[in-house]
Design a protein around this ligand. Sequence first.
Ligand SMILES: [Zn+2]
Ligand SMILES: [Zn+2]
Length: 269
Amino acid sequence: MTLYVTSLASGSSGNVLLVRTGDAALLVDCGLPLRTIEPALTRIGIHPAQLSAILLTHEHGDHVLSAGALARRYGVPIIANQPTLAAIEQDLAGVPFQELATGAATMIADFGVRSFPVPHDAAEPVGYTISAGGWCVGIATDLGHWNDTIVEGLTPADLVVIEANHDQEKLWRAPYVEVVKHRIYGPTGHLDNIAAGRLLARLGADGRRRSAWLAHLSREANTPQIAEQVVRGVLALAGVRCIGIAALPRRAPIHWSSDMHGEQLSLFD
Ligand SMILES: [Zn+2]
Ligand SMILES: [Zn+2]
């Protein structure tokens, strides 16, 4: 069984990740307007009614914007922990939903899904690992810092989707008010490029080959080039050569498949 992952949007203007096999599909977060997400899914051959579920990481608008509307229109269940469901209660009228407690695991169609807590200023934010056919994608965007729980959560992942939100120097020069800068920089804000690199270096210490997508890049305080350069630099300093890096664009669909990962692996040998 092949595992396919597509990033449809990443960043503070919207986050949508599609995870699918040949037979089943689910979304992680749904932070684009309905008028954008419907054609975006159709263009890659997915009808929204085919989705087995919409998993939510937390209730911030860039992650949940059209989750309720899409779920209601197509009868797709929303899956999240209880505090996140409570935070979006007003959007859940007529929406099928299911609670997945933080740290719990479940099967959804072809997928083994497990959540783990992440430090971020939301009700009870989580990351996920989603597995099918022996392959695994791990997702942790929106986290102020990383810890052993996150390393353990992401360890099974062949594709790691982690936040590389900002370059610290660019953040302090960015056109935000001070309170926002401190929120972003703080322990429950957003992960910077160096911290993302260190998290990947820690994961890479086991020598296992992984792909990594750098996600949720700040428009004002980062660029894909800077994020990739900094993370590659941290990995090189740590002597970690087993992780292939790519920064996610804000909108264009970017694809990963376990078949492609297998082919890429041979390039390392
Ligand atoms: Zn976000
Ligand atoms: Zn957030």
